[in-house]
Design a protein around this ligand. Structure first.
Ligand code: GLU
Length: 410
């Protein structure tokens, strides 16, 4: 059977590929420590599970009506966005989606025509460019300066805008960077897009996972113009440890939600009904579990950052949000005899059993991504192994430098 050109051109999700590889190695009896997918090790809070079980017992097993989401779930999203983000939406401005991923895909398909340009700051989450290409759009990458924690400036954003620009995909706190734009930085970017015919897909899936004195600001909250241009995306996965439930949502102007609902009615008929009852409880029930998990992530992030930056050839911005660190490991390449993040990752996995995601998948081949949504013991064991490899390589290179491929010399 011949495959379509669209699918042939599509890359596999590297985050899921690394995680699947680690799981397969483990199943084969190999001792693997995985820092792959961004998936909390915590279980979904009991009250959320109970709400879904109750809904199941009460017979909430039919098609969700309407496909855009049951009214109570759409209302719960409005309650959350008002309470935590200072955003006022009505239920008909909300759609419940099959995770954040399906929300992104549908948004891009609803708004992007072939040839349209979509600005994507680098580093970016692995799937954004693929969504855009699948819709026939053109990703336009803007690389944030590593010295500024990879954050793009208003000048950079303005310079990337052309008459063909139709969308900015803005993600803060960032996957994979682990950085968070300050409210002033978000406002400065929103001032650039204000009044232009550019939609902003604001992926705020990590908005509750910020550390230290960071305070996130929703893009839509920047100004009335920003509110009118923005699609605010979020979901249960990261905040409530609900990755397997596959439930997310988008809030946006009503005509856009209608378009997304049309797509959803043809695509999936909507999100599993009893799952939506779990989402309602997550968003409107007690929030203390969220804080407990956030505090654990904060400690883990600080710890993994401290361990990584003590290793030879590794530099890393401190994580201020989400649950990722994105160290620059290019200072180890020559010593390890590798030239790309993919080769680094393969070597580390082969020699230490530690799985990380190559930065190339996120637009930066000097880096790798590690998720710290795993226990402290796992973090320490993984860091011990990595440190041993890197220190060993550093010692070897001091006594007898390995032959370097020409491309690795800097
Ligand atoms: N968003 C998570 C990650 O980046 C889950 C995996 C995925 O959907 O790519 O690891």
């Amino acid at each position: 059977m011949k495959l379509s050109k669209r699918v042939l051109a599509l890359a596999e999700s590297e985050t899921l590929a690394v995680t699947a590889k680690a799981a397969a190695m483990r199943a084969a009896g190999i001792d693997v420590i995985s820092f792959g997918a961004g998936e909390p090790d915590f279980d979904t809070p009991e009250n959320v599970k109970e709400a879904a079980i109750k809904a199941l017992r009460e017979g909430q097993t039919k098609y969700p009506k309407p496909a855009a989401g049951i009214p109570a779930a759409r209302q719960a999203v409005c309650t959350k966005l008002e309470r935590e983000n200072g955003l006022t939406y009505t239920p008909n401005q909300v759609i419940i989606t099959t995770g954040g991923k399906m929300a992104c895909t549908m948004v891009v398909h609803a708004l992007i025509n072939p040839g349209d340009e979509v600005i994507i700051p680098v580093p970016y989450w692995v799937s954004y460019p693929e969504f855009v290409r699948l819709a026939g759009g053109k990703p336009v990458f803007v690389r944030g300066d590593e010295e500024r924690d990879f954050k793009i400036t208003p000048e950079q954003l303005a310079a990337a805008i052309t008459p063909r620009t139709r969308m900015l995909i803005f993600n803060s706190p960032s996957n994979p960077g682990g950085f968070t734009y300050t409210p002033d930085e978000v406002r400065a970017l929103a001032a650039v897009t204000a009044g232009k015919d550019i939609a902003v897909l604001a992926d705020e899936i990590y908005d509750r996972l910020v550390y230290g004195d960071q305070r996130p600001l929703s893009f839509a909250a920047c100004s009335p113009e920003a509110y009118a241009q923005t699609l605010t995306l979020n979901g249960g996965s990261k905040t409530y440890a609900m990755t397997g439930w596959r439930v997310g949502y988008v809030a946006a102007p009503e005509p856009v939600i209608k378009a997304l609902s049309k797509l959803q009615s043809q695509g999936t008929s909507g999100v599993c009904t009893f799952v939506q009852y779990g989402l309602i409880e997550a968003l409107t029930g007690p929030q203390d579990e969220v804080e407990r998990m956030r505090q654990a992530f904060a400690q883990r992030g600080a710890h993994i950052h401290q361990r990584l930056t003590a290793m030879p050839g590794v530099t890393c911005c401190p994580p201020t949000g989400a649950f990722y660190v994105f160290p620059n490991v290019s200072g180890t390449y020559a010593r390890l005899g590798v030239t790309t993040s993919g080769e680094f990752t393969a070597k580390v996995l082969e020699e230490t059993g530690v799985a990380v995601v190559p930065g190339g998948a996120f637009g930066s081949d000097q880096h790798v991504r590690l998720s710290f949504a795993c226990g402290m013991e796992q973090i320490d064991e993984g860091m011990n192994r990595l440190e041993k490899l890197l220190k060993g390589a550093a010692a070897t290179s001091r006594s007898a430098p390995p032959a370097e491929p020409a491309s690795a010399r800097r």
